[in-house]
Design a binder for this molecule. Structure first.
Ligand code: NAD
Length: 242
């Protein structure tokens, strides 16, 4: 599954699944650029992951996303792989949902993913090839109490992949989503031990997932091994059904 000679961009690559993905792509031989909201953390993460560069980017800023993607493609001569990973999760029961939570979740998870996919498509269109992966979630498929806003945002992300795949297929660009179950990262570090134990016990594989296990699936989806796979939402969840 060599990615030698490929140029890859991973958003939200400073920690968790994004960092593991940047590392996995770099280990497979790709030239990787990762982004984070904070420039110094992005640079640190890039050197930890063996990435070529770490740049500051807020994915809610459409113009900044477009400029950064164009800049990466220009500097490296092309852009083959984009992983739209940046995302946030904040829980709230229906009666407690504040407008601000709706705005930040939808602007980061939905609009941020959309901006990234749009910019990636523009950059890849010239070469008529490319592979994009977006980060959906198991809760986008099944729903989750206390996570209505987040689950809705991730259902939208899955449909960004399905729709973009239909639109971009004839341009040689594949678009897929991964839908992780519960993965041990900062995002889920607020879960109580009871909640973690309950999720593990409901998971056929009997445990939570690791960021590297999501990264490995992403590396497969962006590789030539997955050359006839597009528009799919791949569950990486140990068999968990919510
Ligand atoms: P994490 O919180 O560890 O990392 C998220 C990354 O996104 C961070 O680098 C953060 O700085 C970045 N980010 C957040 N908002 C941003 C913005 N506006 N602009 C740029 N970067 C921004 O989370 P993680 O667990 O590694 O999650 C990565 C992705 O996977 C997210 O989209 C998340 O929704 C999804 N996911 C995670 C799980 C899980 O169990 N951890 C499950 C399903 C889906």
């Amino acid at each position: 599954m060599s990615l030698s000679g490929r140029v890859a961009l991973v958003t939200g690559g400073t920690r968790g699944i994004g960092l593991a993905t940047a590392r996995a792509l770099a280990e497979a031989g790709a030239t990787v650029v990762l982004t984070g909201r904070d420039e110094s953390r992005a640079k640190e993460a890039a050197s930890a992951a063996g990435a070529a560069a770490g740049l500051a980017l807020d994915v809610t800023d459409a113009k900044a996303v477009s400029a950064l993607v164009r800049g990466v493609a220009k500097e490296h001569g092309k852009l083959d792989i984009v992983v739209a990973n940046a995302g946030i999760m904040e829980d709230a029961l229906l009666g407690m949902i504040k407008e601000e939570l709706v705005d930040t979740t939808l602007s980061t998870n939905v609009a941020g993913t959309l901006h990234t996919v749009q910019a990636a498509a523009r950059a890849m269109m010239r070469k008529k090839s490319g592979a994009i992966v977006v980060l959906a979630s198991i809760v986008g498929e099944y729903g989750s109490a206390g996570q209505t806003v987040y689950a809705a945002s991730k259902a939208a992300v899955a449909n960004i992949a399905r729709s973009a795949a239909k639109e971009l297929g004839r341009s040689g660009i594949r678009v897929n989503a991964v839908a992780p179950g519960v993965i041990e990262t900062d995002l889920t570090s607020g879960l109580s031990e009871d909640a973690k134990a309950e999720n593990s016990s409901r998971t056929p594989l009997g445990r939570l997932g690791r960021p590297e296990e999501v990264a490995n699936a992403i590396r497969f989806l962006v590789s030539d091994e997955a050359s006839f796979i597009t528009g799919q939402v791949l569950g990486i969840d140990g068999g968990l059904v919510l």
